[in-house]
Design a protein around this ligand. Structure first.
Ligand code: 2PG
Ligand code: MG
Length: 498
């Protein structure tokens, strides 16, 4: 092909002329940079390669990280993993070779990305999220993504979402320039949360209320507390930045309260950063004593009435038959600390009365539909289904039909693609449920769920304590988003149930 033929084929002189005109109209101080950016943006973006690697999550357990290459850049994502898992969630593919990372390696998932997924996605437009996700679902061919691994598929799906947002920025700003539009970068950026809102079908972005884990127990800590998490919700803040400050100050006051009562060794933290004190071992005092510590910390911080409390009981972990063993972690069980489901209903009722508890997650075993329904019908507080639902569309359907709970705990790695995540959020919102976007105990520094919570305007996010890098990355991304939205930023606050 001659040079002239090449220029004609790619309409280069026209594109160059457009770029020069746009630079003149924009009165840019740096025309060469402007023109080169403009030319780059006039090229349609396509996926050119998908490259994965095995990394470690915050617990030191292998997980998947992916670099999705387009002809415009490289977009990185990684996936979390948790302690609880169940038969209804998407399958996390692990190698199972006990001699390597104790069987937890993800080399197969990585290979699936580098070979099969990369080959299937090369050439696709990253803005077409649902087509990308469908291509991976078709390639996998199993109901729970067990062939390629949900950990492989989700990592690519998130990276594609990031690439899609970046590409929209290009198209959007090009349209502005061509229309002789604004030379103001602020108007030209399509951030990730906006792209997610577009994929949902336009919702107004909102900053969620954070549920900071301040006390850890259950499987997340080595103390004697059966309940997995006690969280604080700064619903009385006016902005996210204020919520972060309130939560963090209370967290530090709690450290002092625990130190005074039990000594510094009880300030060790659990997997999500909550303190892990050993509380008194009598059943009725069990929850109450931990809640007293939190209530006192809120008081000392000066936020009584502005901060409310949420619990993740994760009761499946200590349900034995039809009874709940509050001493399940103790090697010297007294045998005194069993409660029936009826006792548990009564206990929750009393606790909600005595403490500002507004939300309880998994108050009963994941198959104890009868008692969760009974508890939800009291209307005392928000009842969140986590292990109960496993973010599974069919389980959510059943729970909606049976009025089993009234909020979804959204764990994106139990779903497996961004498109399906959006679908389950729609499902929950149509039922007028609350939605809590959730981290996992094994996290990475990927902050995708922060953008997701804003883009889908879910109202609530739980991402652990206001400390430890992998938890903070989510909260700090929310700070950045609030800053970027400026006057347009809306913090859910008292409207956290959305
Ligand atoms: C939960 C989560 C997050 P895991 O139960 O809500 O705290 O825990 O990731 O261990 O399932
Ligand atoms: Mg939970």
């Amino acid at each position: 092909m001659s040079v002239q033929e090449y220029l004609d084929k790619h309409m280069l002189s026209r594109k160059l002329e457009d770029a020069v005109n746009a630079a003149v109209r924009a009165k840019t101080p740096d025309p060469v940079l402007f023109i080169s950016n403009h030319m780059k943006k006039s090229v349609q973006s396509v996926i050119t390669k998908v490259k994965a690697r095995q990394i470690l999550d915050s617990r030191g357990i292998p997980t998947v990280e992916v670099d999705l290459h387009t002809n415009k850049g490289v977009f990185r994502a990684s996936v979390p993993s948790g302690d609880s898992s169940g038969m209804y969630e998407a399958v996390e593919l692990r190698d199972g070779d006990k001699g390597v990372y104790l069987g937890n390696g993800v080399a197969k998932a990585v290979k699936n990305i580098n070979d099969k997924i990369s080959e299937a996605l090369v050439g696709m437009d990253p803005t077409l999220q649902s087509q990308i996700d469908q291509a991976m679902i078709d390639l996998d061919k199993t109901e729970k993504k067990g062939e390629l691994g949900a950990n492989a598929i989700l990592a690519v799906s998130i990276a594609a979402c990031k690439a899609g947002a970046a590409e929209k920025e290009a198209c959007f700003s090009q349209a502005f320039y061509l229309l002789g539009g604004l030379n103001n970068k602020k108007f030209m950026i399509v951030p990730l949360y906006r792209h997610i809102a577009d994929l949902y079908g336009k919702v107004s972005p909102m900053l969620p209320v954070p549920a900071f884990t301040v006390i850890s127990g259950g499987k997340h800590a080595g103390n004697n507390l059966a309940i997995q998490e006690i969280m604080i919700l700064p619903t009385g803040a006016n902005r996210f930045v204020e919520a972060l400050q309130m939560g963090t100050e209370t967290y530090h006051h709690l450290k002092a309260v625990i130190t005074e009562k039990y000594g510094t060794h009880d300030c060790n933290v659990g997997e999500s950063g909550g303190f892990a004190p050993n509380v008194s071992r009598q059943a009725i005092l069990f929850f109450r004593e931990a809640l007293d510590l939190v209530k006192e910390a809120i008081r000392r911080a000066g936020y009584t009435d502005k901060i409310q409390i949420a619990l993740d009981v994760a009761a499946t972990n200590f349900c034995i038959g039809t009874r709940y063993d509050l001493d399940f972690k103790s090697p010297q069980k007294s045998g005194q600390n069993f409660l029936s489901a009826e006792d548990m209903v009564e206990l929750y009722r009393e606790l909600c009365n005595d403490f500002p508890i507004v939300s309880i997650e998994d108050p009963f075993d994941k198959e104890d539909w009868e008692h969760i329904k009974r508890f939800s019908s009291t209307g005392i507080c928000q009842v969140v289904g986590d292990d109960l639902l496993m973010s599974n569309a069919k389980r959510i359907d059943r729970a909606i039909l049976e009025y089993a709970c009234n909020a979804l705990l959204l764990k994106i790695n139990q779903v497996g693609t961004v498109t399906e995540v959006i679908e389950v959020v729609k499902q929950a919102k149509e039922a007028h449920w609350g939605v809590v976007t959730s981290h996992r105990c094994g996290e990475t520094i990927d902050s995708f769920i922060a953008d997701l919570s804003v883009g889908l305007s879910v109202g609530q996010i739980k991402a652990g304590a206001p400390c430890r890098g992998e938890r903070l990355e989510k909260y700090i991304q929310l700070l950045r988003i609030e800053e970027e939205l400026g006057d347009q930023a809306v913090y859910c606050g008292v409207d956290w149930k959305q």
